[in-house]
Write a protein that binds this ligand. Structure first.
Ligand SMILES: *[C@@H]1O[C@H](CO)[C@@H](O)[C@H](O)[C@H]1NC(C)=O
Length: 259
């Protein structure tokens, strides 16, 4: 780009642009020339306009998930009939310490169920003071060889800490690669599950295991793959699932009967 006579002021952003332009002028692709044109257009238009656009795109990134609070707190008012994105705020004058409080994460969850695990959530449903704050947590108990079945949180990334036992954890990347990324964790180890990706944990020890998960939403949501697909209400038609899973309809009906 430089040899084509454009001049760049020495801001960091423009240095990056310059690098990019040098790169694309080296790779002689038609698409590069189109990109070149747009960079030329932007640069000639006005540096301030360009910087505003960059700043604006950062704003959109910042608001891509939960909105930042615009007040100290917005303790959820479960009695309000107002419909907002989140929960309506209680009168701040009536807010008490207990609105920010939960007790019970020292208590092990009951893992006597077919999967051998139990999640004890601590989100805005348990602590109304979490409303608008974009965080929550959970305790997860695992019986020996118990699993937290493949599931996804539509609104949150998750960071999980093992506080007891050993866990095999994993998540699968989106289409088309569907790469499985797994690791065995020991006590004190921390692992991240990126937002929206299907993930699971398995206790790979003969004793109980315990983990604490933190999530980047006050209301992360959970979609358990097996329950959503085979246990929906009403059921997804058997022929649809038979074709989707490439198995006989009888097998689908058998799985559906479990949920
Ligand atoms: C745990 O759950 C099972 C199955 O629902 C139940 O039979 C059992 O009583 C529960 N145990 C405790 C300690 O609550």
């Amino acid at each position: 780009m430089q040899d084509e006579g454009y001049s760049f002021p020495s801001t960091t952003i423009n240095k990056k642009l310059k690098k990019h332009c040098q790169f694309i002028s080296q790779t002689k692709l038609i698409s590069s020339y189109i990109t070149d044109f747009f960079f030329f257009f932007f640069i000639m238009a006005n540096h301030i306009v360009l910087l505003s656009l960059v700043a604006l795109s950062f704003c959109y990134l910042a608001f891509a998930f939960e909105p930042s609070p615009l007040q100290d707190f917005c303790v959820a008012d479960p009695t309000s009939s107002a419909r907002v994105n989140g929960l309506a705020c209680k009168n701040p004058m009536t807010v008490q310490a207990n609105d920010f409080f939960f007790s019970g994460l020292h208590i092990a969850g009951n893992t006597s169920n077919p999967v051998g695990s139990r999640v004890t959530p601590v989100n805005v449903a348990q602590i109304p003071g979490l409303n608008t704050l974009g965080i929550s947590m959970a305790r997860i108990d695992y019986a020996p060889w118990g699993i937290n079945p493949p599931h996804t949180h539509p609104r949150a990334s998750e960071i999980l800490t093992v506080v007891e036992g050993s866990l095999l954890v994993g998540f699968v990347t989106s289409n088309p690669d569907n790469r499985l990324i797994t690791k065995v964790l020991q006590k004190g180890d921390v692992f991240v599950f990126p937002v929206g990706l299907v993930h699971f944990q398995q206790n790979v020890g003969y004793g109980n295991a315990v983990a604490i998960a933190s999530l980047s939403s006050q209301n992360p949501g959970v979609i358990t793959v097996a329950t959503a697909v085979f246990g929906s209400n009403p059921a997804i038609a058997g022929d649809i699932l038979a074709k989707a899973f490439q198995v006989d309809k009888k097998i689908v009906e058998h799985i559906q009967s479990k949920f």
